[in-house]
Design a protein around this ligand. Structure first.
Ligand SMILES: NC(=O)c1ccc[n+]([C@@H]2O[C@H](COP(=O)([O-])OP(=O)(O)OC[C@H]3O[C@@H](n4cnc5c(N)ncnc54)[C@H](OP(=O)(O)O)[C@@H]3O)[C@@H](O)[C@H]2O)c1
Length: 297
């Protein structure tokens, strides 16, 4: 990254866990002036050795700069920091770039709180590992008023050159990031579960790995096909019905049971297919599972 891209930009970072420290490091590397605060002091010292300015309290961090990036475990941690340090009246004129993962309620309550206290807010979700920040694979989903997002752009751009603007609805980054995490999370949990079954059945993990690569090759195109089928209401045409998939998953469960692996994942999958069968979806494409998951269904 251009080491001068952030020159003349000053920002505070509150929360120096894996992600907050990555954010602070990336902005320092880009030439920003970065003030940092963290509950545990050791993480502050590491960043100070890289050029950050240490703040002794969150109040000092909020007062040090107009732009304050918050990246904590959850919104409850931020709330606890606000309450313990009497920060309520310190947000007038401050622009918070909130990158903590939240829920719809906590994100909305926080937006209302910042507005009531005279601050400005850009709320976002980080969609990459700390090591991706500042590179082409850095990914940030953001929401806020156009004016606030525009003023935050210099910082967002340094973290994720092609950050995404989801508009003014402050809930959108949370919704989109969590929806995407269903896919990523279940795929990764699935692979770990698959490893357990392969190992219990005496399959070498090198062999498993090679075949995973082959089987996974179809996944990107298949995901797009499913999304398009749901969007277009085209769930009749199929190469493998829900019944076929359900039978396949039943076989997985039976084999896992024979091999003695934990069935908690297979039990959850079984419930999904039972629900689909109850709704008469057995002959449809996998895309028709959308009916099982729809609100109020
Ligand atoms: N790591 C990733 O790859 C990744 C990717 C995408 C999004 N995120 C999101 O980024 C956020 C931070 O994640 P992380 O990986 O940095 O987590 P982490 O390494 O566990 O760090 C958590 C941070 O929150 C602070 N904290 C927690 N409770 C606190 C409290 N009550 N008062 C004050 N400080 C408190 C911790 O302070 P101490 O150091 O004093 O414990 C630490 O700075 C999360 O919302 C996560 O979902 C992370």
């Amino acid at each position: 990254m251009n080491q001068h891209a952030g020159a003349n930009h000053a920002v505070s970072v509150i929360g120096l866990g894996a992600m907050g420290a990555g954010i602070a490091r990336t902005l320092l590397d880009a030439g920003c002036q970065v003030s940092v605060w963290n509950r545990s002091r050791g993480k502050v010292d590491e960043l100070v050795s890289r050029g950050a300015v240490a703040c002794d309290s969150p109040l000092e961090a909020v007062q040090a700069n107009t732009y304050v990036i918050v990246c904590l475990t959850d919104y409850a941690a931020w709330q606890a920091i606000i309450e313990a340090n009497g920060l309520d009246d310190c947000f007038d004129g401050t622009c918070i770039i909130q990158l903590t993962t939240g829920t719809l309620d906590t994100v909305q309550d926080h937006a209302a709180f910042i507005e009531r206290h005279g601050g400005r807010l850009a709320d976002g979700a980080v969609m990459c590992y700390p090591s991706d920040l500042g590179t082409e694979t850095g990914s940030l989903l953001m929401a806020g008023s156009p004016a606030v997002l525009e003023e935050c752009d210099p910082f967002l751009r340094l973290l994720a050159p092609t950050w995404t603007n989801l508009g003014e609805d402050i809930r959108k980054p949370t919704i989109l990031s969590r929806a995407l995490m269903v896919d990523v999370g279940l795929s990764l949990i699935g692979i770990v579960n698959g490893v357990a079954i392969a190992q219990a059945g005496g399959i070498s993990l090198d062999v498993f790995m090679q075949h995973t690569k082959d089987v996974s090759a179809i996944i990107p195109a298949e995901k797009i096909r499913l999304i398009e089928a749901i969007r277009d209401g085209n769930t009749e045409e199929t190469q493998a019905t829900i019944n076929t998939w359900g039978e396949g998953q039943k076989a997985v469960r039976a084999i896992a049971q024979s091999l003695g692996t934990n069935l908690v994942f297979q039990d959850a999958v079984k419930l999904v297919f039972e629900e689909a069968e109850k709704r008469g979806l057995s002959k449809k494409d996998l895309a028709a599972l959308a009916e099982v998951f729809a609100p109020g269904s």
